[in-house]
Ligand binder design. Structure first.
Ligand SMILES: C[S@@+](CC[C@H](N)C(=O)[O-])C[C@H]1O[C@@H](n2cnc3c(N)ncnc32)[C@H](O)[C@@H]1O
Length: 308
């Protein structure tokens, strides 16, 4: 893959305790549909869509399998973004850090570089992703791997000092719930640092999905204000939430693999091979440019004292 990352403002640092919304450098993409997705293709595909279209409830944010090898091939942008998140984290080097949704472990590896005397709990819901993370980091005695679903109570055997989560929480429908579980997992004063899709994320891709005749939107893209409310409800303090624009341009040849692996995976799984390929072709063809118009929700927060 030869992606040329088009970072907007790329702003990830800072700790002001107010909402921030950085203005996009690239205007949002709007698809009118069509592209080379012709009417005959649509006629073949539409009955499948009608049968399987959904807005998300059946997805319910449950952990599922991911294609780990493909994710490592096309997911360099996420590792780069993870590095941006880590830049704003202060670490002494002896903390215990939970990487919630560690994927193939590329961001986890970067956390470990900052923890000469610390430990990482690498948690993910996908066996394939965890296996790849084990290959990458398995020999490191500072890492403990856990397969768990973030929609369920976290079965950690110890409290942690820091929770990092990158490119994951938009798959989890109930943020207030997951933040409560994070608050329980953190030591008092422990810190939470999150990057995930936020309000307005991938509107161009969503337009292309609709242009393909499908109503499917499994993601939980919260605004900075909603995230703040979720965090307050979960007992966090010193909260900073902000949105940032982070559009990413792929090589056109990589677009379908990227969409398949990173964006459309759970719907493709349900469609099966033939209908899935038609859907993938339709979405890619409806995108005028191979640009994923990411809007990120960034979160820094501190766990309050444990209630008496
Ligand atoms: C896009 S990858 C991000 C991986 C890594 N943090 C990175 O930045 O490269 C999203 C990860 O979240 C995990 N995930 C999504 N929903 C989950 C859930 N409900 N429970 C546990 N893991 C989940 C997936 O298995 C996947 O590995």
């Amino acid at each position: 893959m030869t992606p040329s990352a088009m970072r907007g403002d790329g702003k990830t640092g800072g700790n002001t305790h107010s909402h921030r919304h950085t203005s996009p450098k690239r205007s949002k993409l709007h698809f009118t549909g069509g592209g080379s997705y012709d009417i005959f293709q649509r006629a073949r595909f539409q009955p499948v869509c009608d049968h399987l279209s959904m807005t998300g409830p059946r997805d319910a944010g449950r952990a599922r399998e991911w294609d780990a090898l493909s994710y490592d091939r096309v997911g360099a942008h996420m590792a780069h973004r993870g590095a941006g998140v880590l830049e704003r984290i202060e670490l002494r080097g002896s903390e215990t850090v939970l990487d919630a949704g560690c994927g193939t472990g590329r961001v986890t590896a970067q956390v470990l570089e900052r923890l000469p005397a610390g430990r990482v709990i690498a948690l993910d819901g996908s066996t394939a992703m965890l296996d790849r993370a084990r290959e990458r980091l398995g020999g490191d005695p500072r890492v403990h791997f856990i397969r768990a679903d973030l929609t369920e109570p976290l079965a950690l055997t110890e409290a942690v000092d820091v929770i990092v989560s990158t490119s994951t929480l938009h798959w989890v429908p109930d943020h207030a719930g997951v933040f409560r579980r994070f608050a329980d997992a953190l030591n008092p004063g422990g810190r939470l640092h999150v990057d995930c899709g936020g309000a307005g994320n991938i509107t161009g891709v969503q337009d292309a999905i609709r242009a393909a005749g499908v109503t499917w939107s499994p993601w939980n893209f919260r605004s900075d204000a909603q995230a703040r409310a979720d965090l307050e409800a979960a007992g966090f303090a010193e909260i900073a939430t902000w949105l940032s624009h982070d559009p990413f341009e792929l090589d056109r040849r990589d677009l379908k693999e990227y969409l398949r692996t990173v964006v459309l995976g759970s719907h493709l799984e349900r469609l099966g091979e033939a209908a899935g390929q038609l859907f993938l072709d339709a979405v890619a063809d409806a995108m005028p440019a191979p640009i994923i118009d990411y809007v990120r929700l960034n979160i820094d927060a501190v766990a309050g004292p444990t209630p008496p």
